[in-house]
Design a protein around this ligand. Structure first.
Ligand code: CA
Length: 224
């Protein structure tokens, strides 16, 4: 997912359309407020930031991204006005990963975005998971199903995060108990079953991502 913050509607629509037409997911925002709201719902893989924006400018947004743990290493490309070396230097000094001077061609934009995504690689250690319509951010303690936030208890959340972390593996009830409840709970493996049951219910459309493996335990399939 790529987020674009750009106040000029025609540029914003063109960039989003172009990225989507190359198979990349993208969303555009006219200002920092809409962008920040979206950040709480889903962490993007890359951010395209215009510098001159109404209200809070792109450099202020970048500074805040870099100051926050969950977004500190988020790849950011600044979109700068033509010929403004000042913006260029400032953009790089402030921690941008790349910059693209305006006006830019769409082919160049796509090439630079793909290059930056490759350089950045998968965001390691952020403990964020996305599969089907489910999104879970462990550091931000957020679960959404098809974009709508789901309220889970602490144990339900830990259980879901443990299943996601081990996606593709079958986890026995004993293993889940010792990992999530952090102590051996001999003979009380039904605790796991009851939590799985309520978790599935709360996840609604995504509840069936948690599979029962008869005679063994539970698993979530490989993340797609
Ligand atoms: Ca602008």
């Amino acid at each position: 997912m790529i987020y674009l913050v750009e106040d000029e509607a025609n540029i914003r629509e063109l960039v989003v359309y172009t990225l989507q037409s190359t198979g990349l997911e993208a969303r555009g925002f006219a200002d920092g407020a809409g962008f920040r709201q979206a950040l709480r719902e889903q962490m993007p893989d890359l951010v395209l930031l215009d510098i001159m924006l109404p209200g809070e400018d792109g450099l202020a947004i970048l500074k805040q991204l870099r100051a926050s743990g969950s977004t500190a290493r988020l790849p950011v490309m600044m979109l700068t006005a033509k010929g403004t070396e000042y913006d260029k230097v400032l953009g790089l000094d402030s921690g941008a990963d790349d910059y693209l001077p305006k006006p830019f061609g769409m082919m160049e934009l796509v090439a630079r975005v793909k290059s930056l995504l490759r350089r950045a690689g998968p965001v390691a250690g952020t403990e964020e998971y996305k599969t089907g319509g489910l999104f879970v951010s462990v550091p931000r303690h957020i679960v959404t199903v098809n974009g709508a936030e789901v309220a889970l208890t602490r144990k339900e959340f830990d259980l879901l995060a443990f299943l996601l972390k081990n996606a593709g593996l079958v986890l026995t009830r004993d293993r889940i108990l010792s990992a999530v409840w952090e102590y051996d709970f001999e003979g009380e493996t039904r605790t796991v079953d009851t939590h799985i049951l309520t978790l599935r219910g709360k996840l609604g459309a995504c509840g069936n991502l948690i599979q029962t493996v008869r005679g063994l335990g539970y698993k979530i399939g490989e993340l797609k």
